[in-house]
Design a protein around this ligand. Structure first.
Ligand SMILES: *[C@@H]1O[C@H](CO)[C@@H](O)[C@H](O)[C@H]1NC(C)=O
Ligand SMILES: *[C@@H]1O[C@H](CO)[C@@H](O)[C@H](O)[C@H]1NC(C)=O
Ligand SMILES: *[C@@H]1O[C@H](CO)[C@@H](O)[C@H](O)[C@H]1NC(C)=O
Length: 412
């Protein structure tokens, strides 16, 4: 159970300079496929359009022990299962493994609000072996979005694969523009002391859920809004405007001596980073009384839109730089400014739209790229490789960058 992943995958660092150097590609797909009980089931699913392979785009990943989770939102018809995994211990040597619905097929039934998952974007496993899954309940994307089910947090016990809890967001937690795309989980000193933070990208809010109290509340702040000067994107040969996209990427610092963490966040249409203490977020009385508790950090520089970020236990943040086909880093012991922001790896083809990044409990960094903007605004070439999952040891990834503790210029 606690086998380090090195036993599953020998990691080699001799590669051509034409592709990512430190990130090692573990899996790649032209088109996704799922593990059906047999070929007849799969053929039937295709014939009835319950499975339309070209409509399946993976967006989120998470790693827990030998499971690599992959989420697939129901943006178009024919996504048979939204929460899935790849068993790393069995997938050894498989280049394009089949996705297995988690915890099973029944639980991924579209429109089954109480006991199914309709659309899952990003997920988070915690140190207490729980998987936090936000079901947006939506079908479609952009102006075609329908909401057959309400937003609901589903929390699974990863050791038993049973759902521990389902919590529907209160009507006050959302608004007609709400679109929640990311989640961070803040664990205190015990497993009961847990909070989830959900970023409302289009409704411009941050929703807090307390596990212990089984309650939620919603913060609003100007820092959740898009920057009107940062809404233009050039990715994968396409120019487009995502200029209404607000708070998206979330990353929590390690526990500070004071018992709190720092939540770092950034709107998608923005090149800036913001921060707030979890002491503020955890206190529901702070809603409406916390304007000055939110802090604006410096800009990262031009073309540095971010949707996903994560922080290591020693305080180094890694994030996707979607306009640069790159993964960036920042060591939180240095000031947040362009000179202290590094690029750990990049590749125009392989890292075209890095869509999620996670660090597992063994210190391996996992990255998925999925050509999302081409999928949404143009179309993918299904003869080409479109989706990739990479892995690298954290230390290897940051070595030689400004984020490396050995070379960083620390501020006192
Ligand atoms: C929805 O958006 C697409 C492209 O963004 C546009 O072509 C279409 O007309 C829109 N439909 C509605 C009903 O607004
Ligand atoms: C949490 O609250 C919801 C209603 O808001 C309720 O349906 C659910 O049973 C509660 N769960 C627990 C574990 O208390
Ligand atoms: C929560 O916030 C309120 C309002 O700012 C404050 O009066 C109270 O002391 C805070 N509670 C805790 C436990 O920090």
């Amino acid at each position: 159970m606690n086998t380090p992943l090195t036993l599953f995958f020998p990691i080699l660092f001799l590669k051509s300079t034409l592709c990512t150097i430190k990130l090692q590609e573990q899996f790649s797909w032209s088109v996704l496929d799922y593990e059906y009980t047999d070929d007849i089931e799969r053929t039937k699913a295709i014939a009835t359009k319950r499975f339309v392979p070209e409509n399946n785009l993976p967006v989120g990943i998470e790693v827990w022990n030998e499971k690599l989770f992959v989420t697939v939102p129901r943006w178009r018809v024919g996504v048979p299962s939204t929460l899935n995994y790849i068993p790393l211990d069995q997938a050894k040597g498989a280049k394009s493994p089949l996705l297995i619905p988690y915890p099973n097929w029944d639980f991924n039934e579209f429109g089954n609000c109480e006991n199914g998952l309709t659309t899952v974007y990003r997920i988070k496993a915690d140190a207490c072996d729980r998987l936090w899954v936000l079901d947006t309940g939506t079908f479609g994307i952009g102006n075609t979005t329908q909401n057959p089910c309400p937003y609901a947090l589903n929390i699974f016990d990863l050791t038993t694969n049973k759902r521990l809890r389902r919590y529907e967001l209160r009507p006050e937690d959302t608004n007609p523009n709400t679109f929640i795309a990311n989640i961070a989980v803040d664990l205190g000193r015990t497993c009961e002391d847990a909070f989830a933070y959900l970023s409302d990208e289009l409704g411009y809010g941050l929703i807090v859920y307390s596990w212990e109290e089984n309650k939620s509340w919603r913060f609003t702040h100007g820092f959740f809004m898009p920057d009107p000067l940062a809404g233009d994107f050039n990715i994968g040969g396409l120019n487009f405007q995502w200029d209404t996209e607000g708070v998206f990427g979330l990353a929590l610092s390690p526990l500070l001596a004071t018992g709190e963490r720092v939540l770092y966040f950034s709107p998608l249409a923005s090149n800036r980073e913001f921060a707030v203490s979890t002491r503020v977020l955890r206190n529901s009385s702070k809603v409406g009384d916390s304007y000055h508790d939110f802090v604006a950090l410096a800009e990262r520089g031009p073309d540095s839109h971010v949707t996903a970020k994560v922080m290591s236990e020693d305080g180094v943040q890694l994030f996707n730089l979607i306009d640069r086909n790159a993964i960036g880093c920042w060591n939180s012991r240095t000031s947040y400014e362009p000179a202290n922001i590094g690029i750990v790896d990049f590749d125009e083809t392989e890292l075209l739209f890095p869509s999620d990044i996670k660090i597992d409990r063994y210190g391996y960094v996992w990255v998925m790229s999925d050509r999302m903007s081409n999928f949404l605004l143009s179309q993918l070439d299904f003869n080409d490789v479109n989706f990739r999952i990479f892995v690298a040891p954290f230390g290897v990834l940051v070595s030689g960058t400004v984020c490396d503790a050995k070379t960083a210029q620390f501020v006192i």
